[in-house]
Design a binder for this molecule. Structure first.
Ligand code: C2O
Ligand code: CU
Length: 430
């Protein structure tokens, strides 16, 4: 598949049409950018031309690409200067729900709208009536629907990031999601927000989670009744429309205490049910990931510190966060950097992640997927494969992977203001 992507200033109607359109930054004039859909094992070729007035890159979040295609300025490629171009080309090894976004000043470039879905279909996709994508966006808008400035201010950086005030589904505040009774929908959720965490509750429905971060998982109902997605995380749901024709059922986001709101209404048409009762949940075939050999694994530990109310060392340099005591390794301005770890190709690793802060952090590793073995010492039920793991305040998690993709890979918090504030490093696989 061959596509052109042009990041450029554009206008988009994010909010109801009683308000004006907003000035955004968009891929091909669309917010979110065009959904790229291809088949597992296909080759993707993307010609990017930068029509912004600043440098950018495109990162293929969660896709196990060769390092040179990873879209990280200074580390895997030069920045694409205004007016310049770059061609990405790689084969997609895993089926699943992924997304693309800039990796340069991403706290502002994504905050202004640059992100799009990348859907890799299974060679034999499971049978559903509709396969839909919801790219969840979060915007900080003023009353005239314009995007508020102040990106990267120290308040956002040192607290929970730039959580906005307007949540969109596929680039628009939506009233309803039209469905028919009895149909089965595969709903691919992508959290493309800079900082907002979602906890989606589908009232009157019993969704099955069948994949996380694109990787198949044992079908299960979400723990605690809500699908929790930190920034950059994805979930594939099987949603059976089991309610009655003509009814409405709210989808609520209840992640932030006291700030629960209705995201959208599931609105049933009057048509008679498509089928009487739902079929068995769909099980997806595993992707070709190497299984870590835990008995022979080497171990590392990463301690995340900082933030308001945390340890304030480093703040004088404008760095609010640190990994193992260092801030901003592999930053966009550092041409020289030291990797956090040097890993040997083909070796299995267990990395203990210690969140020694009072904040949530979605921790992302490029180039690989990892299994989450345990959280706070308790084995995870599904040993899920992820590329971004949401650490709760003070939480510890152990992840495991085979270091099978050589290169320098970014390892960072996906609250983009935390990343900018030093919560990033590189892991080298040689
Ligand atoms: Cu979604 Cu380092 O990125
Ligand atoms: Cu963070």
């Amino acid at each position: 598949m061959e596509v052109r992507l042009e990041p450029a200033p554009a206008r988009a109607q994010l909010v109801p049409s009683a308000y004006p359109a907003s000035a955004v930054w968009a891929y091909n004039g669309q917010v979110p950018g065009p959904t790229l859909r291809l088949r597992q094992g296909d080759r993707l070729r993307v010609m990017v031309r930068n029509a912004l007035s600043e440098g950018t890159t495109v990162h293929w979040h969660g896709v196990r690409v060769p390092n040179a295609m990873d879209g990280v300025p200074l580390i895997t490629q030069p920045s694409i200067e205004p007016g310049g171009g770059f061609t990405y080309e790689f084969t997609v090894p895993d089926a699943g729900t992924f997304f693309y976004h800039p990796h340069q000043r991403s706290y502002e470039q994504m905050g202004r709208g640059l992100a799009g879905a990348l859907i890799i279909e299974e060679r034999e996709p499971p049978k559903v009536d509709r396969d839909l994508v919801w790219v969840l966006g979060d915007w900080r808008l003023d009353r005239d629907a314009s995007i508020r400035g102040g990106f990267g201010n120290f308040m956002d950086v040192s607290h929970n990031g730039r959580v906005g005030n307007t949540v969109t589904i596929n680039g628009r505040v939506r009233e309803e999601f039209a469905v028919r009774a009895g149909e089965r929908v595969r709903l691919r959720l992508i959290n493309a927000a800079a900082a907002r965490v979602f906890a989606l509750e589908f009232r009157g429905h019993r969704p099955w989670v069948i994949a996380l971060d694109g990787q198949p998982v044992e079908p299960h109902e979400p723990e605690g009744g809500a699908v929790v997605l930190g920034p950059a995380m994805r979930a594939d749901l099987i949603l059976d429309m089991t309610a009655a024709p003509g009814t409405r059922h709210a989808v609520h986001d209840r992640f932030y205490r006291q700030l629960e709101y209705k995201l959208v209404d599931v609105a049933y048409s009057q048509e008679p049910p498509l089928r009487a009762r739902p079929e068995e949940p769909v099980r997806l075939a595993a992707n070709p990931l190497a299984e870590p050999a835990l008995a022979k694994a080497e171990r590392h530990e990463v301690v995340f510190t900082g933030g308001m109310m945390g340890n304030m060392r480093g703040m004088r340099r404008g760095m609010a966060w640190a990994l193992n005591g260092a801030s901003g390794g592999c930053g966009e301005s550092a041409s020289a950097f030291d990797p956090l770890f040097v890993l040997r190709r083909g070796q299995s690793y267990v990395v203990k992640l210690v969140n020694d802060t009072t904040w949530h952090h979605p921790i992302h590793l490029h180039g690989l997927a990892f299994r989450v073995l345990n959280r706070n010492g308790r084995a995870t039920r599904h040993r899920e494969w992820l590329d971004t793991v949401l650490l709760d305040p003070r939480e510890t998690a152990e992840i495991a992977f085979v270091a099978d993709n050589p290169g320098d890979w970014m390892f960072h918090c996906h609250v983009l203001e935390h990343q900018a504030g030093g919560m990033m490093a590189c892991i080298r696989i040689t």
